[in-house]
Ligand binder design. Structure first.
Ligand SMILES: *Cc1c(COP(=O)(O)O)cnc(C)c1O
Length: 390
């Protein structure tokens, strides 16, 4: 059976050029970038090249880039690092209600350390409005964290507008751009933020490599202390092969200039239109006017999402019921709940996320298979689903 991968927001396959760059680094560059000798300098050069590529990708300076182990660490470093370095009178934190768990759980931990958080509600489209953010800001707000694109529904927040508002009140602004890098243009100056998180494995790079962009002059406390790597902001000998892979993934995007993303958008639209036309009782979740091109979150009325996910998996089709972190726990999506969707609709929603390698033939097969699967599951709903223990 040929398998079809439609879960690119969970992770992406490593692009061949990225794998080649990593293999070569692994085989030939083993020095410690902090060493003075030739081995070290060779490694330092590879590190610098990756840093330049990542900086160029987001319109930043190389010295503003801190390599991390991925999106979660970047989010942690941004939030904890800024909170700890903030002036004594600024202990308040603000974030959107639909942020990734890496942001929400970090804020929750800080809340227990006497750093209260206000979560800004989103509207039914999944958008944070300027009015709602304004209500949350105080003169004690140290940091506002608002994600660029949402991982479950793909909506793009008006980050530039929100950031301007927050900075007017003297707060710093962090954006989790893990789901926007590689899908839409990301430029730190245009966004007007102070910190930005990205992660390699969400744009055909390796897992375990990401970056935090920190605007020059921003006060931030390191969370990993030890050696002086990353300008004293993140101690520990660098994961060079992975960082080289991250750099190669960034270069790939720079060279593609958005072309790949356009192709993916066309496929997503074909899939979405096919499902809405072919399966009755379906609806798209979240606003569609400001949305990344690869994501479609659809509810199937009267169908348990987990059951549909498993049925699709048996057909070789990989999708998700929302954030990968909460799938398998049957915990309803906090994103869909925050948008005010009914529990029923929340439990019947599937996320399709496309990317590199997907084809029109794959999309057509999914559109062809879905009506039959949904019919079968609907026939079982109620007593059938309860008896199955779901
Ligand atoms: C995947 C993801 C993260 C976490 O990134 P990792 O590299 O897996 O730690 C953070 N935020 C968003 C929006 C994500 O999609």
């Amino acid at each position: 059976m040929t398998r079809i991968y439609l879960d690119h927001n969970a992770t992406t396959p490593v692009a061949p050029a990225v794998a080649d760059a990593m293999t070569s680094a692994l085989r030939t560059v083993f020095g410690n970038p902090s060493s003075v000798h030739a081995y070290g300098q060779e490694a330092k050069t590879a590190l610098d090249e990756a840093r330049s590529a990542v900086a160029r990708l987001i319109g930043a300076e190389p010295t503003e880039i801190v390599f991390t182990s991925g999106g979660s660490e970047s989010d942690n470093l941004a939030i904890r690092g800024v909170a700890e370095a903030a002036a004594p009178g600024r202990r308040h934190l603000v974030a959107g209600a639909i942020e990734h768990e890496a942001v929400l759980r970090t804020l929750k931990a800080l809340d227990g350390e006497d750093r209260p958080t206000t979560l800004v509600r989103v509207d039914e489209r999944g958008m944070i409005t300027a009015d709602r953010l304004a209500e949350a800001l105080t003169d004690e707000t140290a940091l506002v964290s608002v994600m660029h694109a949402n991982n479950e529904i793909g909506t793009i927040q008006p980050v530039a507008e929100l950031a301007a508002l927050a900075r007017d009140r003297g707060a710093l602004v962090h954006t989790d751009a893990v789901q926007s890098v590689g899908k839409i243009p990301v430029d730190v100056r245009e966004l007007g933020v102070d910190l930005l998180s990205l992660s390699g494995h969400k744009f055909n790079g390796p897992k375990g490599a990401g970056a935090l962009w920190i605007r020059r002059g921003t006060r931030l406390h390191a969370q990993l202390t030890g050696g002086r790597q990353e300008r004293n902001r993140r101690a520990g000998t660098e994961n060079l092969p992975a960082i080289v892979g991250l750099g190669a993934a960034a270069r790939r995007l720079l060279e593609a200039r958005g072309k790949g993303a356009d192709d993916v958008t066309a496929l997503r639209n074909r899939l979405e239109a096919g499902i809405l036309a072919g399966v009755p009782g379906t609806a798209v979740n979240g606003g569609t006017s400001r949305r990344v091109g690869n994501t479609s979150n659809i509810s199937f009325h009267g169908v348990e999402a987990e059951s549909l996910l498993i049925a699709l998996d048996l057909e070789g089709i990989a999708v998700s019921t929302g954030s990968a972190c909460s799938s398998g726990t049957l915990e309803p999506s906090h994103v869909l709940r925050a948008m005010g969707l009914s529990p029923h609709r929340t439990q019947s929603s599937i996320r399709f996320s496309l990317g590199l390698g997907n084809t029109a033939a794959e999309v057509d097969r999914v559109v062809e298979v879905l009506p039959g699967l949904v019919d079968r599951l609907r026939a079982l709903t109620g007593r059938g689903a309860a008896a199955a223990g779901r």
